[in-house]
Design a protein around this ligand. Structure first.
Ligand code: AKG
Length: 356
């Protein structure tokens, strides 16, 4: 008997009834139909990552990170088939039977967020978001716990080690499979390196100083897949409720179903879907290290009546024992630190438990 009800199961019961359970109905001040900006939305910055003029690229990233805390990058060098394979493998996982998915369920009192799950943090009045998820780390190798990497579909990852697999067909499949999560992680390194360097230069620091302040080579890449099934009342429900990310930055690939919204100038605006673009979110740790220059973006997601939305954010997080605070070069008597320095694990604990 399953202890937790997954939204995917609730959706299959709700769709024929054309209603949703009351715990998914948001209060009026959150309902998307009442709170989404009705007119023509201003466009979130779209940045050409192949721009050869580094100064110009740094300026564009700096401006977008201060004003919006969110931007899309195009021409980023991650081949579209690497992204497509990542998406196919994730989609196939959520299309497995419930029983097969539950093998990867997050253990009930686990400290880590890794695993298949439904709810992240307690919400007021027991409200729920219309979304299930799967979390697992993809980098660095020492941080990976393969227990949470689905063995099915086989394209999810390379298993077992190629040399041990005797069946040639399976071996071939496993070779292809490297192109899903592992290949994506490999291509992400370049994008992340360039982003962190640009964000660092934008603050007037040396190119490596921002990355050094958040963990250097120990920076953790935490993959999440959000699975938002069709919802009979998308006017009343939300997928992920309004929040800022705890990460340094988050790099997200969506499928082609509209859903991400950003809060800007007191309005909720849709973030336009651009095929093959990566959506970069500035997270809390960048806001802290920059002493408030960069803005950790408030965002949420809506859901769709007919279509399943899926997104693949990768949260870049400092190692849990690292203390993160405003960069010493960015504070002075005239510009005192605006944030306390905290061990990242303490930061996460305080935020999840709403402590200062
Ligand atoms: O699905 C999206 O576009 C955003 C997801 C998100 O904000 C999250 O998982 O924290």
């Amino acid at each position: 008997m399953m202890e937790v009800e997954r939204v995917q199961g609730i959706a299959s019961i709700s769709i024929p009834k054309d209603t949703i359970p009351p715990e998914f109905i948001r209060p009026e001040n959150e309902q998307p139909a009442l709170t989404t900006f009705p007119g023509l939305a201003p466009e979130v910055p779209v940045i050409d990552f192949a721009n050869k003029d580094e100064k110009n690229l740094v300026d564009l990233i700096f401006d977008a990170s201060c004003k919006w805390g969110l931007f899309q990058i195009v021409n980023h060098d991650i081949p579209s088939d690497v992204i497509r394979k990542l998406q196919d493998a994730g989609k196939e996982f959520f299309e497995l039977t419930q029983h097969e998915k539950e093998i990867y369920a997050k253990p009930p009192d686990a400290k880590s967020v890794e695993g298949y799950g439904t709810k992240l943090q307690k919400e007021v009045e027991g409200k729920k978001g219309w979304v299930d998820h799967l979390f697992h780390k993809i980098w660095p190798p020492a941080a990976i716990n393969y227990q949470f990497w689905p063995k099915n579909p086989p394209s999810y990852r390379c298993l077992p080690p190629l040399s041990l697999e005797k069946n040639w067909e399976k071996r071939k499949q496993n070779i292809i499979s490297r192109e899903a999560n592992e290949e994506y992680a490999k291509y992400l390194h370049g994008v992340i390196g360039k982003l962190l360097r640009s964000l660092s230069l934008g603050l007037g620091l040396e190119g490596h100083e921002l990355k050094d302040a958040v963990g250097g080579e120990e920076l953790v890449y935490l993959m999440k897949i959000n699975y938002y099934p069709p919802c009979p009342r998308p006017d009343l429900a939300l997928g992920v409720v309004a929040h800022t990310d705890m990460s340094v930055i988050t790099i997200l690939v969506p499928n082609d179903v509209q859903g991400l919204q950003v809060f800007q100038d007191n309005n909720w605006f849709d973030v336009k879907y651009i095929p093959n673009a990566l959506i970069v979110h500035i997270g809390d740790q960048s806001q802290i290290v920059s002493n408030g220059k960069y803005k950790s973006v408030l965002h949420r997601t809506t859901v769709n009546k007919e279509k399943t939305r899926i997104s693949w954010p990768v949260f870049l997080e400092p190692p849990s024992e690292l203390e993160v605070g405003p960069h010493p070069k960015l504070v002075s008597d005239e510009n005192p630190p605006k944030y306390m320095s905290k061990k990242y694990s303490d930061y996460v604990y305080c935020k999840l438990n709403k402590l200062p």
